[in-house]
Write a protein that binds this ligand. Structure first.
Ligand SMILES: Cc1cc2nc3c(=O)[nH]c(=O)nc-3n(C[C@H](O)[C@H](O)[C@H](O)COP(=O)(O)OP(=O)(O)OC[C@H]3O[C@@H](n4cnc5c(N)ncnc54)[C@H](O)[C@@H]3O)c2cc1C
Length: 419
């Protein structure tokens, strides 16, 4: 199960004083981008700078582990395009590298008539997005796929699956090393300065002068973008997502992945029941605004993070719109029975005694000044640099496609000549 620093840490490599390309952030997105850039530019020197003592310790190591098929996203959006392509490429990659994965499929369940129009809209989006094999099912169809689940109608997405994203990230890291790249951990980038024809990145282990940089810093993306001269809008606001797990003797309640019909105006998918590649069945996550960008424990509060969240006008605009949802989330976070009751709408047999506490993740969610939770992926530029400013779910699924998108952008912006 996820840990903030895993025991599989690679011996850390020294950060170079100079390189052609620096990637800041060793999560799945940064590693995928580094892998793609070094494959296209084998003669370039490339370095990944990661602040923790190991890679993949933040969002990449604390999520649902689901390879999304692209059902939910607005047709034509970056999420729609990059998720559908990314899922296809990720399955192929896992097959080639022998990384355990399972195309177990998922059901999205409507439990009452008020959800049917949203189910129709999801079906329309899935079809426009080119999600393979998606079909409408009735109550009997739900029971056939998930004998312990109940609903009046649903959608079945057979191409949705599960994987261990940290294992994928470790494999990308190996590809980078095999291609001659460096991954330096314990290297928190603290300042960014344009210095003539390079960027000067001051970090915990010295300074690296990089020709160009791509920032893929997840929960800290806005801070680094601002340090590099970008607009502070959007700001990252951390949303904690806590999970429960089914007791081993109750895992038979869930065969694959059971999801609710989400509220289309929120970027979160709602409490779901998901089989994990290691055999666990997770229930969650909650979605509670957190007091720190690394609030893996509910009580973790960091003064700077809190100050930045509360000092952002968008936070108050969002809260005035979503306070009821916030109150429900608070109840789910505080009361296990309320959390389990929400999940038992789909699996009525589920009881508080069937679950145990599991882990929590922290979503790096971009929040605009006007109070909108930014739904799509956001990428932007500053001098000699590109920034990934919003890559929440399905960012892990989409990592290989995001990497291609960023590498295309880098070729244009940095005038890189590939190969
Ligand atoms: C609860 C939850 C459930 C999710 N479920 C799914 C799912 O089922 N499927 C899916 O596809 N996606 C899911 N996601 C989203 C997915 O996890 C993210 O989209 C993905 O991991 C983003 O990867 P990343 O590399 O951008 O961010 P991260 O994994 O957070 O990596 C960012 C890295 O940048 C480093 N960094 C930050 N600041 C600095 C600095 N100053 N200097 C150096 N390094 C720095 C951090 O230490 C970190 O390692 C989920 C996310 C959460 C939180």
């Amino acid at each position: 199960m996820p840990a903030v620093s895993s025991t599989t840490a690679q011996p850390t490599e020294p950060a170079p004083a100079r390189c052609d390309l620096a990637i800041v952030g060793g999560g799945i997105v940064g590693l995928a981008v580094a892998r793609e850039l070094i494959a296209r530019n084998p003669r370039a020197s490339l370095c990944v700078l990661e602040r923790e003592t190991d890679i993949a310790t933040h969002q990449t190591g604390h999520n649902s582990g689901v390879i999304h098929a692209g059902v939910y996203y607005v047709p034509g959006s970056l999420k729609a395009r990059l998720c559908v392509a990314g899922a296809r490429e990720l399955y192929e990659y896992c097959e080639q590298r022998g990384i355990a994965n399972e195309r177990c499929g998922k059901v999205i369940i409507a439990t009452d008539a008020s959800e049917l129009s949203r189910l129709d809209e999801l079906q329309r989006r899935a079809s426009e997005n080119g999600v393979p094999g998606m079909r409408r099912i009735d109550a009997a169809g739900i029971a056939e796929l998930e004998p312990h689940a109940r609903g009046i109608a649903g959608l079945h997405s057979p191409s949705t699956g599960i994987v261990d994203f940290p294992a994928v990230a470790r494999s990308y890291a190996q590809d980078i090393r095999d291609a001659g790249g460096t991954i330096a951990t314990g290297c928190e980038v603290q300042s960014v300065q344009v210095a003539g024809r390079s960027l000067s990145l001051a970090h915990a282990r010295g300074t690296t002068e990089a020709g160009h940089a791509v920032f893929c810093a997840g929960a800290w993306a806005d801070r680094l973008a601002v340090a590099a001269g970008a607009d502070p809008d959007p700001r990252i606001v951390p949303f904690r997502g806590a999970y429960l797990r089914l007791a081993p003797e109750r895992r038979e309640l869930v065969r694959s992945l059971i999801y609710p019909v989400p509220d289309p105006s929120l970027p979160f998918l709602g409490v779901h029941l998901t089989k994990h590649i290691d055999g666990d069945v997770l229930v969650g996550p909650t979605a509670l605004m957190a007091g720190a960008r690394d609030a893996y424990r509910l009580a973790t509060v960091r003064r700077r993070d809190l100050h930045e969240t509360l000092g952002w006008p968008g936070t108050w605009r969002m809260l005035s719109r979503w306070w009821r949802t916030g109150a429900i989330e608070l109840r789910h976070a505080a009361l296990r029975s309320a959390f389990v009751r929400a999940a038992s709408r789909y699996v009525p047999e589920l009881r508080v005694g069937d679950v145990q506490p599991a882990f929590a993740g922290v979503r790096a969610q971009a929040l605009a000044r006007d109070g909108k939770l930014v739904d799509d992926f956001v990428f932007s530029h500053t001098e000699r640099a590109l920034h990934v400013r919003n890559a929440p779910s399905p960012g892990a699924t989409s990592s290989l496609a995001i990497a291609r998108h960023i590498a295309d952008e880098a070729e244009r912006a940095f005038a890189l000549r590939s190969r």
